[in-house]
Design a protein around this ligand. Structure first.
Ligand code: NAI
Length: 467
């Protein structure tokens, strides 16, 4: 006998849990099917949160070397990796337990196991060989994504690893080769480089961070090279093999073969939607042939099968936790008949290296491609008082505005705490604000955010005040 529930959500990551929390707040009875031993999906368990815990810890370790300029003399700084990893695990535990607490408070049932759609509105959950059937008027697929690999490259979890294992190396690898200069490659490459690894990043394209503004990506590459990472661009990995406890990576660099030897290889060439075993084919749920992502109506998140919705990494758009969360919340609202909407033009992205790279809106290359008239405003942190006081003067704010209307079209920040500063740019874009609006907002002094106002002055008035 199927148990009646209003909405069954497959997956307890940012898309699924946000949908469940909001649905419960709106008076629905949701159930979340999750097979991991903890809620929170990739983000909380093996993604955003543990990687940020390690990025913050390793940045503190690296900072020790910068303290002399502040007149602070530190000696005998040593690394206790086991403790650093234990702190990261503790952060994850507290957040996943917190989420389980929110589920209890919202009377959201966590059905442990793997869910499979057997018919519209019907899901079978398998736990330790036992089947349980759930029925609901709405079923939401929020099963996220998993690391992709390269053809012929097997992730063995020990020598050739994905981001999951690279969050828990039990010793600092002497030589780490990273395949892919995207979000994961740069973030985890930074972590292990700061802790002492010799890090080499191999990237297929002629540039790093393919979705970032090219000028900002080039700045990031220069900065990370100065920090000790080595980049090989235009480098196509053709083979990865393990020999006598070491990994040999063979690659093609513009026609000439190259070999790299490493103790560990991190494969960070993207992620693919996690949909195997869900019953998509049996139910005729349409997916995109190239990416495997589930096709939905972008306003309703409805698939081609009535009553079945999909949100988060399994559908189109950037694979970002906050995008997934917004979709989860919006869908819950729509399920109770409210109007809801996610503005895909104002979703920020952050690469948590140091300095951080944050962006929202269009890149300069995209505006050129569109043939749109635009203005550029820039301001370096070198001319910002707070950055000087912090001794964090590396980086630039770049503001892109419409050449005719001055509407804010894109903001790119490479600088200290760019992840927090980008929020102001998101707010202005959400309100369809202009470069002049951003320039005339009063920014507290001294603060890093003044650099944003100055870059906006440059775009709107042709000149910042302090340059
Ligand atoms: P990514 O899509 O960011 O970067 C993958 C990189 O690998 C690209 O530069 C691509 O050109 C390169 N590549 C592909 N095939 C290659 C090959 N054969 N040889 C060498 N390079 C190759 O993917 P990544 O870094 O694996 O991250 C996966 C997803 O996770 C991303 O979509 C990102 O949105 C998300 N993520 C977000 C974070 C954040 O918001 N801070 C942090 C980590 C991941």
């Amino acid at each position: 006998m199927a148990e009646a529930i209003d909405v069954v959500i497959l997956g307890g990551g940012p898309a699924g849990y946000a949908c469940a929390l909001k649905a419960a707040q709106l008076g629905l009875k949701p159930a979340v099917v999750e097979k991991r031993p903890a809620l929170g999906g990739t983000c909380l368990n093996v993604g955003c949160i543990p990687s940020k815990a390690l990025l913050d810890s390793s940045e503190r370790f690296a900072e020790m070397r910068k303290l002399e300029r502040h007149g602070i003399l530190v000696s005998d700084v040593r690394l206790d990796l086991a403790r650093m990893l234990a702190r990261k695990d503790q952060v994850v535990r507290e957040l996943t337990n917190g989420l389980a607490g929110l589920f209890r408070k919202g009377k959201i049932e966590w059905v442990r196991g793997s869910g499979r759609l057997v018919a519209p509105g019907r899901v079978v959950v398998t736990t330790e060989g036992q089947n349980r059937e759930l029925s609901a008027r709405a079923v939401v697929i929020a099963t996220g994504s998993e690391p992709a690999s390269l053809p012929g490259v097997e992730l063995d979890g020990k020598f050739v690893v994905s981001s999951t294992e690279a969050l828990s190396f039990d010793s600092v690898p002497e030589r780490l080769v990273v395949i892919g200069a995207g979000y994961i490659g740069l973030e985890l490459g930074s972590v292990w480089s700061r802790l002492g690894s010799q890090v080499t990043i191999l990237e297929f394209l002629p540039r790093i961070l393919p979705t970032a503004d090219a000028e900002m990506a080039a700045m990031v590459q220069t900065s990370l090279t100065r920090q000790g990472l080595t980049f090989h661009l235009g480098t196509k990995v053709t083979q990865v093999r393990v020999e006598a406890g070491r990994v040999i990576v063979t690659a093609d660099q513009q026609g000439s073969p190259q070999q790299f030897t490493a103790d560990k290889v991190l494969v960070a060439v993207g992620r693919r939607p996690s949909t195997a075993g869900l019953g998509l084919e049996e139910l005729g749920i349409r997916t995109q042939p190239r990416t495997g992502k589930i096709e939905v109506d972008r306003r309703t998140y409805l698939t081609n099968v009535p009553g079945i919705y999909a949100i988060g990494d399994v559908i189109d758009g950037p694979m970002l936790a906050h995008k997934a969360q917004m979709e989860g919340e919006a869908l819950a609202e729509m399920l109770v008949g409210h109007a809801a909407y996610v503005n895909y033009d104002a979703i920020p992205g952050v690469v948590y290296i140091w300095p951080e790279l944050a962006n929202v809106g269009w890149t300069e290359e995209q505006l050129k491609e569109q043939g749109r008239a635009y203005r550029v405003g820039k301001f370096p942190f070198l001319a910002n008082g707070r950055a000087k006081a912090l001794d964090e003067t590396e980086g630039v704010v770049k503001v892109l505005t419409d050449g005719k209307t001055d509407r804010l079209l894109g903001v790119h920040i490479f600088g200290p705490r760019a992840s927090d500063m980008i929020a102001e740019a998101v707010a202005v874009m959400e309100y369809s604000g202009s470069g002049e609006d951003l320039a005339r907002f009063c920014h507290s002094h001294p603060s890093l955010s003044e650099a944003l106002g100055e870059a906006a002055r440059h775009a709107a008035f042709g000149k910042p005040l302090h340059l």
